[in-house]
Design a protein around this ligand. Structure first.
Ligand code: GDP
Ligand code: ZN
Length: 447
């Protein structure tokens, strides 16, 4: 390939906008020692935090603080990096940034520092995504999980599975050259048990990645029931504060209210809806139409009924989507002198509780976790994105297909190749050449 021109120097304010004790301007590029000299009037010392005055074009101080200088390649981006830690006011930060631009830097695009780190091989794609996920984490559990991706734990597991696939591919591709020995050879090499082990590993990682996706985006839980059955009261209990309007007048909640709560670090987006019933009130009809929209996006439906045994609302139940998890909540047990409880009936879980008194609400929290499929224990979770889940699912599907193709070795080889490609997407590696490299370096073709 043609040699790329050296990347230009980029700069940005790295701290959040607004006022703060400290603000940081970050610069990445080549030859930044001269840049630092122009900024401070002194020779920068690698990896030493040095007190400095930051000078404008006339040599006047704009601010004072710390200058950090990381010569490449031992830096976050792999290029020379300098950081100016000044006082965190918007005006002074802007002055420092503009001075950097005047010295020849240009404004960095979003994510550009991390992208350079990826291009320079400091981080793979999954790690780079971990950086973003750590910054965006909405719960402590999600943050811990993002850090594991960032430090490469997820990538290591993907690599381990990928290496198993590479070994198997080498074996199969070599066998393809000697067709008369094919099946025998695969048997001797225990190709199938090895593939089964790869599949089991993939299934394990996919499961933990699904848990991570749950941690990342949570679940939509929609409260459904006739007016006055206690939906708003239950939302308040779950959220632990007075948010929804609770009234004795049927049909009060006309708009969907949502509240995000956490159970064991999982965000649950709970949506309180207008009571479903026939009505001629136009405003109420709009609320009911929205309710059906929310139901369409639900991961879990909490179907509230009164604990008086009179069911009602069969027409509602008939219209609820069949594929969505549904928990029946019998509310107002306090009016009937009943105790909270859980039972299974007609293939559904029924929970009896009192939203008003909070009795049995803990049972509901636990049930929500169970329905969500949450069974992970912190350390194992992989904070996966849809992209990762898609790649893992695709790799798994190809491995499964390969298992059915042992008699057609060309197809078997092709499925292994596709599984390998899918895994490589996760870490963002280019595959074709590197597989050839491995084959030639580790396998004697002249055998
Ligand atoms: P929604 O229309 O389904 O949202 O129902 P609300 O939450 O507004 O409640 C309607 C009425 O039922 C209010 O007067 C609540 O205080 C009452 N209510 C809700 N839950 C319970 C309960 O568990 N026990 C009793 N006794 N009353 C309840
Ligand atoms: Zn309500």
């Amino acid at each position: 390939p043609a040699p790329a021109s050296p990347p230009d120097t980029i700069a940005a304010i790295a701290t959040a906008p607004g006022r703060g004790g400290i603000g940081v301007v970050r610069v990445s590029g080549t030859g930044l020692a001269g840049f630092a000299r122009a900024l401070t009037g002194r020779e920068p010392r690698p990896r030493i935090a040095a007190f400095a005055r930051f000078l404008d074009g006339e040599g006047e101080a704009m601010d004072e603080g710390l200058l950090l200088y990381f010569p490449g390649p031992a830096s976050f981006t792999g290029e020379d990096v300098i950081e100016l830690q000044g006082h965190g006011g918007p005006v002074v930060m802007q002055m420092l940034l503009e001075r950097c631009l005047a010295l020849g830097a240009r404004l960095a695009q979003p994510g550009e520092f991390t992208r350079r780190a990826f291009l320079n091989g400091k981080l793979d794609l999954a790690q780079a995504e971990g950086v973003a996920d750590l910054i965006e984490a909405s719960t402590a559990a999600a943050a811990r999980s993002a850090l594991r991706s960032l430090t490469g734990r997820f990538s290591e597991e993907v690599h381990r599975i990928r290496d198993g696939l590479i070994d198997l591919r080498m074996l199969v591709e070599a066998t393809l050259d000697f067709p008369e020995e094919e099946i025998d050879f695969l048997e001797k090499a225990r190709a199938l048990p090895r593939l089964a082990a790869i599949r089991a590993d993939l299934e394990g990682v996919l499961d933990r990645a699904r848990q991570g996706a749950l941690l990342r985006s949570g679940l939509n839980v929609v409260l459904v029931g006739e007016p006055n059955v206690g939906k708003s009261s239950l939302l308040n209990q779950l959220a632990g504060e007075e948010r929804a309007i609770v009234t004795d007048v049927a049909g009060t909640t006309r708009d969907a209210l949502r509240e995000t709560i956490q159970i064991e670090g999982i965000p649950l987006h709970i949506i309180d809806t207008a009571g479903l019933r026939d009505t001629s009130d136009v405003v109420e009809q709009i609320g009911i139409a929205r309710t059906w929209q929310e139901i369409g996006r639900a991961d879990v439906i909490l179907r509230l009924v009164e604990a008086d045994g009179a069911l009602g609302g069969e027409d509602i139940d008939a219209r609820l989507p069949a594929g969505v998890e549904r928990i029946v909540v019998e509310n107002k047990i306090d009016l009937h002198g009943r105790q909270p409880g859980r039972r299974e009936q007609d293939g559904r879980v029924w929970l009896s509780l009192s939203a008003k008194r909070g009795e049995g609400v803990e049972l509901l929290r636990r049930e929500l976790l169970r329905v969500a499929g949450w069974h992970a224990h912190g350390e194992d979770v992989i904070l996966a994105r849809e992209r990762h889940l898609g790649a893992l699912r695709s790799a798994l599907a190809h491995v499964e297909t390969a298992q059915g193709q042992v008699m057609a070795l060309e197809l078997f080889a092709e499925e292994l190749r596709l599984a390998h490609d899918a895994l490589s997407e996760i870490t963002g590696e280019f595959t074709a050449d590197d597989l050839l490299g491995v084959i030639f370096s580790r396998f004697c073709i002249g055998k």
